[in-house]
Design a protein around this ligand. Structure first.
Ligand SMILES: [Zn+2]
Length: 233
């Protein structure tokens, strides 16, 4: 039971993060329940979770829609991230542990691999995870909460605005931040982080070609390839 719900969540969130669903289009419970073969109640739970993670917009009395953030919101989100994340890496640089350093090294290697394989959804996910690893390294629950919200919003901005050939974060820029961190250079790490976030912001632009059709039809096409004949209950 739980597995099928996870698989549905995963399918919808991957499609959203890969920019495959048209911003602003509705995600109707009845249609989704039919496609995925699970109850409306469970679809509602999944939509709630996608809403909490800022991948979709939940409008009272109207339902769920693919998130459609404006470029004006984008500016505010990146500014907030520069303020917060400049502080995070500045704070971490003098105290980075060997364990945290090893975790970041492994993560950067994974990012490079996903980029090489051309897996856009995975690249977006890993790019966001790099920033979350840094936030979690502070061990501060309030910092982590703020970052979760900002990173989720950013992932949808990138999915909606950036061209499909590039990814949210350049691995080299993550390496620059990491190098400053392991040198214990707090000012350098903060500067690299702020530069990195500004560069992502400049890479945002309206996409030339938006996905066509409605979101539900796109999900219907994606679903059989994901389940690979597995019978869901
Ligand atoms: Zn990044």
């Amino acid at each position: 039971m739980r597995d099928s719900e996870e698989a549905v969540y995963e399918t919808i969130s991957r499609a959203l993060l890969a920019g495959q669903l048209t911003p602003g289009t509705p995600l109707r419970e009845t249609a989704l329940a039919e496609i995925f073969g699970i109850s409306r109640e469970r679809i509602r739970k999944i939509l709630q979770r996608l809403g909490t993670n800022r991948l979709i917009e939940l409008v009272p009395n109207r339902g769920a829609f693919v998130a459609s953030p404006s470029l004006e919101q984008a500016r505010d989100i990146y500014e907030a991230r520069r303020i917060l994340e400049g502080g995070i890496v500045g704070h971490l640089a003098p105290t980075l542990t060997a364990e945290q350093s090893a975790q970041l090294t492994a993560h950067i290697a994974q990012e490079a691999q996903a980029l090489q394989c051309g897996d856009r959804a995975e690249s977006v996910r890993l790019s966001a995870a790099f920033h979350m690893i840094l936030a979690e390294a502070t061990g501060n629950v309030f910092v982590i909460q703020q970052m979760q919200e900002l990173v989720s919003r950013t992932s949808m901005l990138v999915a909606v605005y950036e061209s499909a050939s590039t990814t949210q974060c350049a691995c080299d820029e993550h390496r620059d931040i990491f190098s400053a961190l392991i040198r214990g250079d707090d000012a350098g790490a903060a500067k690299s982080m702020r530069t990195h976030l500004s560069l992502i912001e400049t890479r945002l632009r309206p996409r030339a070609v938006m996905p066509s059709g409605d979101a539900v039809a796109t999900l219907k096409n994606l679903w059989p390839s994901v389940t690979k004949g597995k019978k869901l209950t």
